[in-house]
Design a binder for this molecule. Structure first.
Ligand code: SF4
Length: 347
């Protein structure tokens, strides 16, 4: 792409953003708050804006600024994060808030090079905060931008490889250099990927940059980007020891407890407390099980068995109520276990 093409492309993107797009999202504003942009961008990793809005609003009502967040406990943050998955993000958010309060006088650093030093803030988030809040000329690259750029080029490339990521970063940075407001270039790219150049059915007729798109010219929009070979899921049988004598109760305020521990060689939710039981790796899904649950690359088949008294890791286990456990291991897997009648059955 020539310099002229980059310049025209960024102009068309910004005009479209101001005239047609500019989605009304609760973290967007004429004077963006770095704290709110940060929280939204962390939540938006791996999910869509629509799915994030209610979590974001609840989070901001609990902790409206970085100072209030820095005083929260990890358990409280985990509880507010419940349902968003990838709990390392909840841990990094609290770590980062504490550092900003103690080392930066509660003010977010203004440039991407300083922001990227903070826990949980990578190249994408640092560029998003610095460009949206301070108009730094740094482009953003996420899944949406990779897809748009790949389609613009109209080439069958391994878009998940670092080389293509670097090329896309150069493209995105260059677009930002041609406009006074890099914030608008970046948000236009984000919006274009989310609403027009979508993964399955791009609406090219509405696309502000269609005249530059090689995929449209070659009619490759639905073929590109090429599909990435996905790693096969690992299959696990998680035989949970029954919590005999208790009863299914969804009222989490009631003080019924279950026995949990951090298992040795736990294959998923590592370093998190889980109900007592044993894990077996399988080649094929089991024929009988109570329910199935997925966590990243693990397909987990849960069954309930009578506890093996001698093998119980009693030295490492403890009793917790479901509410307490939800605060340290905020996974819906535990809630499903508790809600299963078989968990409470007496043999
Ligand atoms: S013309 Fe179509 S494929 Fe090309 S960038 Fe626009 S929406 Fe995507």
């Amino acid at each position: 792409m020539t310099k002229k093409t980059h310049s025209e492309l960024s102009k068309d993107l910004v005009s479209w953003y101001n005239e047609c797009s500019s989605r009304a999202l609760p973290w967007r504003s004429d004077s963006p708050d770095p704290y709110k942009v940060w929280i939204s961008e962390i939540m938006l990793q791996q999910t869509t804006s629509q799915a994030v809005i209610s979590y974001y609003q609840k989070f901001i009502s609990l902790w409206p600024n970085v100072k209030s967040l820095s005083k929260a406990t990890q358990e409280e943050v985990n509880e507010a994060w419940q349902g968003l998955g990838y709990y390392s993000r909840a841990r990094n958010i609290l770590k980062c808030a504490k550092i900003i309060v103690s080392e930066y006088n509660s003010t977010f650093p203004k440039n991407s090079l300083e922001l990227i030093k903070l826990p949980g803030i990578g190249p994408y988030t640092s560029s998003a905060i610095a460009s949206i809040c301070h108009e730094e000329q740094c482009g953003v690259v996420d899944g949406n931008v990779l897809r748009v750029y790949n389609r613009l080029l109209g080439e069958s490339v391994e878009w998940w490889k670092p080389d293509f990521h670097k090329k896309t970063q150069v493209f995105s940075n260059t677009l930002c250099c041609f406009e006074k407001k890099p914030s608008e270039v970046n948000q236009a790219l984000m919006d274009l990927g989310a609403t027009v150049c979508t993964p399955k059915s791009p609406t090219c007729m509405l696309c502000p940059i269609q005249q530059f798109c090689m995929s449209k010219k070659k009619n490759l929009q639905k073929i590109l980007p090429i599909k990435k070979q996905v790693k096969p899921k690992e299959i696990w049988l998680y035989e949970v020891y029954k919590n005999e004598g208790t009863q299914v109760d969804e009222d989490l305020s009631k003080n019924k407890s279950l026995e949990v521990c951090i298992h040795k060689n736990q294959p998923f939710l590592k370093k998190n407390l889980l109900p007592l039981g044993r894990f077996t790796k399988l080649k094929e899904p089991p024929k009988t099980f109570s329910f199935r649950h997925s966590i990243t690359n693990n397909s987990i088949f849960v069954d309930f068995v009578k506890p093996l008294k001698n093998k119980k890791p009693t030295n490492r286990s403890r009793n917790m109520t479901l509410k307490e456990l939800g605060r340290v291991t905020p996974s819906s897997l535990i809630k499903k276990i508790w809600q299963s009648h078989e968990f409470h059955e007496t043999i």
